[in-house]
Design a protein around this ligand. Structure first.
Ligand code: MSP
Length: 531
């Protein structure tokens, strides 16, 4: 993971701060699940982690939504924010900080940061003319618009003409410094396709962008000219800094930047790449601050192959999905099915098929039938076998021994589907192994030692699979460990200490002869609703 001044002993990661114009949609859930998985994997390795999420509450879009609902903007935000927090709880998101950009302490951080940029001479007054998309909160180039002046991202919304005095940030001044930075830190923007997109955008020449608005109240007043309101993106990006403050800290930049800065990974969707990969580093350069480690821009989700949208009437409600299928199912589907970084699709049929095949059949049935055999052939105990006594070339052991290395590399590269595939590979080998070895026949033939070795090897492989999948399906991992007779709380933030990675990621850990738990299906097969 190439990055400037990254400290390997702590890890900080952010999701975007979500607009509260509406309840959370599946796109916000997707980024948040992925960030949670990365954070959980780092915690598993014993690294101190700070995972940040939150809400972006200022600007015209929010102000207008509140007006339409006949609420004050603050009352509107206070209401919608609860929907985000409750969804994160249902999805089992273990964030450490939730930042709301309307927090008073955030205003102090924004003001101090603004002052640094101002003192650097990077802010000036000028005239802004152009097409503005309120949904993106961004000026658009005329050449990028769809017919009838519609925004390419919000194709059902017309952009609005703006002609006003604004304050500008001297982005153009940072052109060569940014280019140098991208060259020095080739991994700063990921995946590669997004990096190329940014390099091509920057090479066309950067233009200064306006960081204040007139005729808008819902935001922080500009410290040097209170007739202006700070542009929502200038304010929102700094939410990542405010979030670093310990709750008891005075809200100063020094305090905020002390422990967790620079942030290692900003996880975002591809639509907000420029803000994070161009504007944000330039703002930080201007304020004289170290730059984040990487910005990863994931793809967009579609439903049944179609762009999702309210006007199209095909939105996918994450609350409904998690209520019907549970957190582990939703988390697993999106990370296993879609190559992270690329666009991906949700279809209910595919969803049900993937979960039934991988979690109910391959993993769930495997554990269930092996536990039942251990019940019959080994008095309900882990067989009396030590992992270390099994020869290194023994089928499942040789596969299990290299699994953690493959899976770890996949998690580090945010290649979640590869991590799942690798683990499922071992699980499928176990099913094949059982069929070939047929422990029921071995037992009948009185081959007790071999029966026990076979069952031990499978149970231990399932344990390892659960451990390595735990960042993605923490609930399932807890259930599997418990049925193996092991107490484990994969939701515990100190998991890296209680179940150390160096011990549990190794094939052969499962202690011999301990009592196994009760065999129960860990993942209920999903029956297709009759239409
Ligand atoms: N408020 C800004 C972010 C400020 S960060 C300092 C914002 N908010 S948002 O709520 O509109 O978008 C949040 C995220 O949802 C973005 O990363 C965006 O890419 C993602 N998604 C929105 N629709 C999506 C899909 N259909 N599919 C996947 N992700 C998508 O932008």
């Amino acid at each position: 993971m190439g990055s400037n001044s990254v400290d390997n002993h702590t890890f900080s990661i952010t999701t975007p701060l979500y607009y509260v114009n509406d309840l959370p949609h599946i796109g916000s859930a997707y980024t948040t699940i992925a960030a949670d998985v990365i954070a959980r994997f780092q915690r598993l390795k014993g690294v101190p982690v700070l995972m940040i999420t939150g809400t972006d509450e200022h600007g015209q879009k929010i102000q207008r939504t509140a007006e339409a609902r006949e609420k004050s903007p603050q009352a509107h935000c206070d209401e919608i924010v609860l929907g985000f927090q409750s969804l994160w709880q249902r999805l089992n998101i273990a964030y450490d900080r939730f930042i709301r950009t309307t927090a008073p302490r955030h205003q102090a951080i924004v003001a101090e940061f603004f002052q640094r940029v101002w003192d650097r001479g990077d802010i000036y007054e000028g005239h802004q003319q152009g097409w503005y998309c309120v949904s993106c909160e961004e000026f658009k180039e005329e050449r990028d618009l769809l017919p009838e002046q519609r925004c390419p991202i919000h194709s059902n919304k017309a952009v609005e003409w703006r002609d006003e005095q604004n304050y500008f940030f001297k982005l153009s001044k940072y052109q060569s410094q940014l280019e140098q930075f991208y060259a020095d830190q080739p991994d700063f923007i990921q995946p590669l396709s997004r990096r190329n997109e940014v390099l091509s955008f920057v090479s066309q020449g950067l233009q200064d962008f306006s960081i204040s608005r007139v005729n808008l109240d819902w935001g922080f007043p500009m410290p040097t000219d209170p007739n202006h309101t700070l542009y929502v993106w200038f304010d929102a990006l700094l939410g990542y800094v405010t979030a670093l403050l310990d709750p008891a800290d005075e809200p100063t930049l020094d305090n905020a930047l002390q422990k967790w800065w620079p942030i290692q990974t900003h996880l975002i969707g591809k639509d907000i790449l420029r803000f994070h990969a161009v504007y944000w580093p330039a703002m930080l350069m201007s304020a004289g601050l170290p730059l984040p480690g990487r910005v990863f821009g994931h793809g967009f989700l579609t439903k049944d192959g179609q762009k999702m949208g309210k006007s199209l009437g095909n939105t996918l409600d994450p609350v409904d999905l998690v209520e019907r299928y549970g957190a582990d199912a939703v988390r697993y589907y999106f990370l296993k099915e879609i190559e992270f970084g690329r666009d991906g699709d949700f279809s209910e049929t595919r969803f049900i098929n993937v979960l039934n095949a991988d979690l109910a059949n391959d993993l769930g049935n495997l554990l269930n039938r092996t536990l039942n055999m251990a019940g019959r052939y080994c008095q309900g105990q882990v067989p009396d076998v030590m992992g270390d006594d099994i020869p290194a070339d023994y089928d499942l052991k040789s596969k299990g021994a290299i699994l953690a290395t493959t899976v770890e590399a996949a998690y580090e590269a945010l290649a979640f589907s590869q991590a799942c595939e690798a683990v499922l590979g071992l699980v499928r080998s176990c099913n094949k192994f059982l069929d070939e070895k047929a422990p029921w026949s071995l037992y009948k033939q009185g081959q007790q030692a071999e029966t026990e070795r076979v069952l031990y090897a499978v149970l231990e492989s399932v344990r390892l699979a659960a451990y390595l999948l735990s960042p993605i399906v923490p609930g399932l991992a807890i259930a599997i460990y418990s049925q193996l007779g092991l107490a484990a709380d994969f939701n515990d933030r100190a998991i890296g200490q209680t179940l150390p990675y160096s011990v549990h990621s190794r094939w052969g850990y499962l202690p011999a002869s301990q009592a196994l738990g009760k065999a129960e299906p860990i993942f209920q097969r999903i029956e297709r609703a009759s239409e």
